[in-house]
Design a protein around this ligand. Sequence first.
Ligand SMILES: [Zn+2]
Length: 185
Amino acid sequence: MISIEQTVELNLTTPLDNCCNCGATGGLNLYQTPLRRTRFMLFVGTQLTLLETFPYCPKCKASAPRLRKNLMSKLLAACMVCAALFLILVLSASGLPKFVAENLFYAAVIGAAIATGVYFYLREKEGGERSYYQPVSLADVDLDFRSGAIECVTLKLRNAAYARVLAKANAETMRVGMLKIDVRM
Ligand SMILES: [Zn+2]
């Protein structure tokens, strides 16, 4: 489905002040954190991967390569749950309440939507201060219309303390408008 792939090194300054996920200060190491943006237009997809290393503590390092599921894969997951649920409902139709038995397809769609929604919500909330998925994500990227070169990258950081450290270390890149940093609360 993906027809155009592009991988670019970001080359930001990422100081080892604290873990970019939980904020811890001990035992930090830089780990490769691929930031990805995928766009679909009908059947053509473009995928842009930006490579950058960020500091993680030993407990958070596993979150570095865990990309958030995009809408497309969430929909795909919901469709698969829906199909499985529909099959289960069909097989057990005789034991179901009448209004469910008469609307098996809609019951499966609603059940799948709730199950997938709850699953991804819990994954996001898992671990409290620590994110299961990578704590840095690519919120937006502006490309030059003709050359395709990157003009501006907007990063979304989960950890406000590390967002400040990163902003300070890359002040010049931000001043010229090539980097924006968002903090997600
Ligand atoms: Zn950590």
